[in-house]
Ligand binder design. Structure first.
Ligand code: MTE
Ligand code: HPA
Ligand code: MOS
Length: 753
């Protein structure tokens, strides 16, 4: 089963898989479109809907006045209205919702809405927000040892600053929802969300109804990448408000331009660092201050800021650490979860600090990296003790399997012989904590039905978004029940079958939901074994199920799975089971900022090589060679796919994808003509992924470690490989840490005097 294909691949390739826009709509369906703020900050003096309302086919234009419950969609903090009331805080902020008989009519009406705004000053950068005291919440700080005392004893101390830009999720399927009225005022929402329960909870709050009146159903997402953890909610809530009033189905799918303009992205970070080392390159002290550009409302920013602190020392042991993060309130759309969840932003800073130190001392960056990799029982700044550490193992494996020293010599040799083209190489170790950093979110449930013909239906809280979690759930069910995978069906994710779910996020979906599936299946198997024990008059401990057959003392019997299920029915044995799993061990005390927040860590090491065209500033990524800690992968094809996809996204973030807002807060990179995402030409020419040989971790499902986010951070290596190529060409280049390293920036660096 470890080589099983993604169960969606056949449907995807044939175009048969269903997404929200593919749902067959009722004949009386209406269509919704958001009217959003055309300025980034100001007081609304007036909005005139009269011309828009006259357009034939416009049914109703909804505003905050039509809300029967609370005009509040904030998740962590209650600071975000569904529709603006008298002030707007970002360009693209929803103000009203036009519902019409077609999308085209709604679009026509939107152009006729007149709004008068008394403009207020606009903040677009985190630094400016900090200067003006504009914050989402209080700053957070993690401390270990004593940095001040340590710096005094260091042989080298360096300071610097970094910037990493935001990133557009660009899920193929834009945000959307189809809302259908049910009887008695109940509403069903077919939503493209990573967090069905958040959609349910916030819809109930805004509509002023109990949660049980709202049902969320999710078949799959055409990608989420964190962009649908919190930000799938408002579009569904708007459609639900319209259904509550009109009692007709409302379809609300954002077009790409609206989606790009109205939704938040990865947080840009402006950061400063101070790093202290001794003569043998041991990092003795590290300080960093992170300014997170949170946008106009909290969204998930406080949790993302926290994860930045958790990953601020990447896979290095640093005995003295002082890190602080400010969530800075600006007039951009609220920035949100994006693969890595603030971790990548933190890791870019320490990698920059090490690069700066290496440059100033005049050694290879990798020698400093290598001297500081985590060992068993090292303490993280947040108090967790590192165990089953694979930092050195993966580094050593990458170094030997990919012949790092030979690769370095090739690069140096190439650079001696070439003037127009220069090569660069870098090594990037990663360490990523698995679990929601908010301990209380680490739980999941599964509901399993064995139908009387022996076929099985599995419901969990997991949302399939391309990461293949459904395939993994199917593997767990089929293996635990001892039946062929074709007997198992994965049901849609539905709040009436599995309630109170955490979003599918934090790379933990397969672990959490998989453990629940395992528990439920084990309970069912326990019951069926009892049935067999009576049928065959054998001791229950001798019974097992394999290959759709009963085995007694590991010998095949004539009794089939179906026979046992049929007998269980006759004997009135329950063939359904619900199980609840909550990660053991983890805890975190926010008053002390210490604890054991992660079930385990994922490690790995990537070697990146690039070639820079020093005439044009363009570059090619020759190869990325990775040794990755999958634990004991339960499906290596799927997991390598996750590594490759995450790597591409990481490289895009570090090299090409440049979010740009004008000074007055308008998104300039508002189309694929102005926002460059990685394609086959900008990806690495070769990607090698070798699994690190390890046992895996007990808290990982089937000891197969979480894989969704960690490999994104291999992309950070590309930045430093390019930087090394630039250094080979321009001896007077002073390294800057300002990503993405676009060809324009590379060109300027090549010729910087
Ligand atoms: N892979 C695909 N194809 N599509 C996605 O949207 N999201 C990523 C990652 N891999 C994503 C993906 C993110 S942000 C997370 S947190 C994990 O998948 C979530 O799924 P998991 O918990 O099952 O790994
Ligand atoms: N990761 C992803 N999503 C989250 C987290 C996290 O740690 N915490 C809350 N939402
Ligand atoms: Mo992923 S950013 O935790 O959805």
């Amino acid at each position: 089963m470890k080589t099983m294909k993604n169960i969606d691949s056949y449907g995807h390739v044939r175009g048969e898989s269903l997404f929200v826009d593919d749902v067959i709509v009722r004949q009386d369906t209406l269509y919704g479109l958001v009217f959003d703020a055309p300025k980034a900050h100001g007081k609304i003096i007036s909005v005139d809907y009269s011309e828009a309302e006259k357009v034939e086919g416009v049914v109703k234009i909804f505003t905050y006045k039509d809300i029967k419950g609370e005009n509040q969609i904030g998740g962590i903090l209650p600071d975000e209205p569904l529709w603006a009331e008298d002030e707007i805080h970002f360009w693209g902020q929803p103000i009203a919702f036009i519902v019409a008989t077609s999308e085209a009519i709604a679009k026509k009406a939107r152009l006729l809405i007149k709004i008068e705004i008394d403009e207020l000053p606009v903040i677009t950068t985190a630094k400016e927000a900090k200067e003006k005291g504009s914050f989402i919440n209080a700053p957070r700080s993690f401390n270990l040892g004593n940095t001040t005392a340590s710096f005094e004893e260091c042989d080298y101390v360096f300071e610097g600053e970094t910037f990493s830009n935001g990133q557009e999720h660009l899920y193929l399927e834009t945000q959307g929802c189809y809302a259908i009225p049910q009887e008695n005022g109940n509403i069903k929402l077919i939503s493209s969300t990573q967090g069905p329960t958040s959609v349910q909870q916030i819809t109930a709050r805004v509509l002023g109804v109990p949660m049980h009146k709202i049902e969320i159903d999710v078949t799959r997402l055409g990608g989420g990448f964190g962009g649908k953890e919190d930000q799938a909610t408002p579009w569904a809530v708007m459609a639900a408000v319209a259904v509550q009033h009109l009692k007709k189905p409302v379809k609300h799918i954002l077009n790409r331009h609206d989606d790009l303009r109205m939704t938040g992205k990865r947080h840009p970070y402006e950061s400063t660092f101070k790093i202290g080392l001794n003569k043998d390159f041991k990092i003795m002290a590290f300080e960093a201050e992170f300014l997170q550009n949170s946008g106009a409302a909290a969204d998930l920013s406080p949790a993302i800021a926290e994860r930045t602190l958790f990953h601020a020392t990447n896979s290095y042991f640093v005995p003295n650490v002082k890190t602080k993060v400010f969530s800075c309130k600006t007039n951009l759309p609220p920035n949100t979860a994006f693969r890595g969840f603030g971790g990548p932003q933190g890791m870019f800073v320490i990698e920059s600090a090490i690069a700066q130190a290496a440059d100033k001392i005049g050694v290879e960056k990798r020698l400093i990296q290598e001297a500081n990799l985590l060992s068993e029982n090292d303490e993280f700044s947040y108090g967790q003790i590192a165990t089953q550490v694979e930092a050195k193992n993966s580094w050593i494996a990458a170094k030997s399997k990919f012949e790092l020293e030979k690769l370095e010599q090739e690069v140096h040799g190439f650079n001696r012989e070439n003037n127009q083209f220069k090569k660069g190489i870098s090594v990037m170790p990663i360490c990523f904590g698995i679990s929601f950093t908010n301990t209380s979110m680490n739980h999941a449930r599964a509901l399993i039905h064995i139908y009387q013909d022996g076929s099985v239906g599995v419901s969990t809280g997991a949302v399939e978004m391309g990461q293949s979690v459904n395939t993994k759930m199917l593997q767990v069910a089929a293996e635990t029940l001892g039946i062929h995978p074709s007997k198992v069906k994965l049901e849609t994710t539905n709040t009436t079958r599995v309630a109170n779910t955490s979003p599918s996020a934090a790379s933990s979906t397969a672990d959490l939901n998989g453990k629940a599936v395992l528990m439920a299946c084990n309970s069912l198997i326990g019951r069926l074994k009892k049935v067999v024990s009576k049928m065959l008059s054998v001791d229950i401990s001798f019974v097992s199920f394999q290959n759709d057959t009963v085995f007694v003392e590991n010998k095949k019997s004539n009794l089939l799975w179906e026979d046992v299920v049929a007998q269980a029915m006759l004997k009135r044995v329950a063939l359904s089971e619900n199980a609840h799993y909550a990660t053991p061990i983890i805890h975190f005390d926010k008053t002390k900022e210490k604890g054991h927040p992660f079930a385990y860590h994922v490690y790995g090491t990537a070697i990146s090589t690039v070639t820079v065209d020093c005439l044009r500033g363009t570059y090619e990524i020759d190869a990325v060679k990775i040794v990755h800690d999958f634990g004991n992968s339960m499906n290596i094809g799927i997991d390598i796919g996750q590594v490759e996809g995450a790597l591409a996204q990481g490289i895009g973030w570090m090299t090409l994808e440049e979010i740009a807002y004008s000074e007055d807060g308008r998104l300039l990179s508002n189309a694929l003509s102005t926002y460059k995402v990685p394609d086959v030409f900008s990806g690495p020419n070769t990607i090698d992924v070798i699994p690190l040989e390890t046992e895996g971790h007990e808290l990982a499902i089937q000891k197969s470690k979480a894989v969704g986010e960690p490999p994104l951070m291999y992309g950070i290596g590309t930045y430093f490989a390019i930087q090394n190529a630039v250094k080979a060409f321009n001896k007077s280049y002073i390294p800057k840490f300002n990503s993405p390293f676009t060809p324009e920036k590379v060109l300027m660096a090549l010729y910087q005097k």
